[in-house]
Write a protein that binds this ligand. Structure first.
Ligand code: AHR
Length: 536
């Protein structure tokens, strides 16, 4: 949470990165001084599946993330369906959000589900986040309604810190059983006779910190009990589509966290029929140092480079924990689940510091693309991730102010990446080059490529350089490319933002290119994210 200490360390990107791309060109764009980059996409070689779940979201009872961001109540003047705002649902549907983690975060380890069902709901406290009251009007049924409205999957985190295995197992029975038990009847009385589908179960949250300050050994013993007794009874999730269980994992790269991963994975290696996990969580925010002090808007190129340097540490962290997981799980049965990531900056002046309110700029779009590309390159192990957080909190997709709503630059990146959901990774090679700022060196470009289910090839290219355009010459193996079309996202400045008054400052525009001599030349603007599909 707010007081943690983290050491920032430089992570060098592997030099020739597997990448992608091509492209083409808005004829009017100023490409004087464009740097040339040769990319080679080998569509004849299939890598791992890029799991749609890496585009997951996180919605915690924190600030205006749930209340106002999602829930306005059925009596609100803001157009809603059973209390859930229609504008937000429509915007999220376009992202094809694969899963939503709820109710926390730190909140989850103080959440008692019974207070959030039924007609009479007690007002409780939210001591983690601003010390405000929690009305409990958004509970299990409202969350599941939201999941159904946005057509997503539920990732429910149960309370290990201050709850009991019994409380958690009863919650799962309440949600999932089709048998006529007392809990199922209570669910039906509360307007949902059919069992709910719960795709993912989080067993605690940051149990090394806000989730109870446990040692890895103590957490392991608790986790085994929850894994054993917190069952999903939904008849449709017994053989196929089984609920996946995700254990608390590391929150950094230091020894205390490598020991944590070692402890859990070593035990997993010898696990018996009576317990098991399918995922190990990892949290990694881009913050540079705690407490978060970087501005989310009104910053310059120096802060742009510092934050992006820090965000690339994700690569090293994944490598470090994947190596430990490989030792005990060489078949990669357990996914590394990066279920909290994103930029964490200073709270906006005048906001409640416990509400984690920040702006979302073009820098965040680049940050999001770089992280999604890292996850894609580790698709064999990283099979789920959840950006923090969905609405009004940290690196959000959407900002609201009463009846107003605006989508952020990060939202557009997630929208542009939809074709990569459940696609197959395709290797890309390129010389990333280097962008230098104030003693910081960053790879100038980044890229990934993939094949969708129809065999169509897609690629993404990020131009990190905020000053120089790039001319990307793409050659292909395995396909004969004719042209490429897609979208590119850029903005006038690195700290350009969308506001309620100027909502279209950062938004994608079309881009296209044709091949000449078998190669595509794509001209991408400074500080831009571009996704195109290839016509053969
Ligand atoms: O996302 C905000 C908080 O960050 C979460 O509640 C917690 O898990 C992490 O410390």
């Amino acid at each position: 949470m707010l007081n943690r200490t983290k050491k920032a360390h430089w992570i060098a990107l592997r030099a020739p990165i597997l990448c992608v791309l091509v492209v083409c060109a808005a004829a009017s764009a100023p490409f004087v001084g464009a740097q040339k980059v040769e990319l080679s996409v080998d569509a004849s070689k299939d890598g791992a599946k890029i799991d749609r779940n890496i585009f997951g979201q996180f919605a915690e009872h924190l600030g205006n993330g749930i209340y106002e961001g999602i829930w306005v109540g059925a009596d609100s003047k803001i157009p809603n369906t059973r209390g859930i705002r229609n504008d937000v649902v429509a915007a999220l549907r376009a992202l094809k959000v694969p899963n939503v983690r709820w109710p926390g975060g730190c909140f989850a380890d103080e959440y008692h589900w019974r207070k959030g069902i039924g007609a009479q709901r007690p007002v409780t406290l939210n001591p983690n986040w601003g010390g405000v009251t929690e009305p409990n009007t958004f509970g299990t049924h409202e969350f599941m309604d939201f999941i159904e409205q946005i057509r997503s999957e539920a990732y429910v985190s149960v309370n290990v810190g201050s709850g009991t295995p019994q409380e958690a197992s009863e919650w799962l029975e309440y949600m999932t059983t089709a048998q006529p038990t007392a809990l199922a009847k209570e669910r039906a009385t509360n307007s949902h006779a059919a069992p709910y589908r719960i795709g993912y179960l989080g067993i605690g949250n940051e149990s090394w910190d806000c989730g109870g300050n446990m040692t890895p050994e103590y957490y392991l013993s608790q986790m085994k009990i929850y894994s054993r007794f917190v069952r999903n009874f939904n008849p449709e999730q017994q053989e196929k589509d089984q609920m996946l269980k995700i254990a608390v994992g590391p929150g950094g790269g230091e020894t205390r966290w490598t020991e944590w991963t070692e402890t859990i994975m070593k035990a997993y290696q010898h696990h018996t029929w009576s317990w098991g996990i399918d995922g190990l969580s990892m949290h990694n925010y881009t913050v540079v140092k705690w407490p978060p002090a970087f501005k989310s808007a009104g910053f310059g190129e120096a802060e742009y480079a510092q934050i992006l340097k820090s965000t690339l540490e994700m690569e090293e962290l994944i490598n470090k924990h994947s190596a430990i997981m490989d030792k005990y799980d060489p078949q990669k049965k357990v996914a590394l689940v990066v279920d909290e990531w994103g930029g964490w900056y200073a709270p906006l002046p005048g906001s409640n510091p416990g509400f984690l309110v920040q702006q979302n700029s073009m820098r965040d779009a680049i940050l999001a693309a770089l992280n999604l590309n890292i996850f894609a390159r580790h698709a064999d192990r990283v099979r789920m991730a959840n950006i923090a957080q969905m609405i009004n909190v940290l690196q959000a997709m959407i900002l609201t102010d009463k009846e107003k709503m605006v989508v952020t630059p990060t939202y557009y990146v997630f929208k542009m990446y939809v074709p990569f959901q459940d696609s197959t990774f395709v290797p890309v090679t390129f010389d990333a080059g280097s962008y230098e700022q104030g003693g910081i060196g960053l790879p100038r470009v980044d890229a990934i490529a993939a094949k969708d289910k129809t065999g169509k090839v897609w690629f993404e290219v990020t131009n990190v350089d905020p000053n120089q355009p790039a001319e990307i010459e793409v050659s292909f193996g395995g396909i004969t490319a004719k042209s490429a079309t897609g979208e590119t996202l850029t903005a006038p400045k690195v700290d350009s933002i969308n506001t309620f008054d100027a909502p279209n400052t950062v938004m994608p525009k079309p881009i296209s290119a044709k091949t000449q001599g078998g190669k595509l030349t794509l001209k991408v603007e400074p500080k831009s994210v571009t996704v195109v599909s290839v016509e053969q």
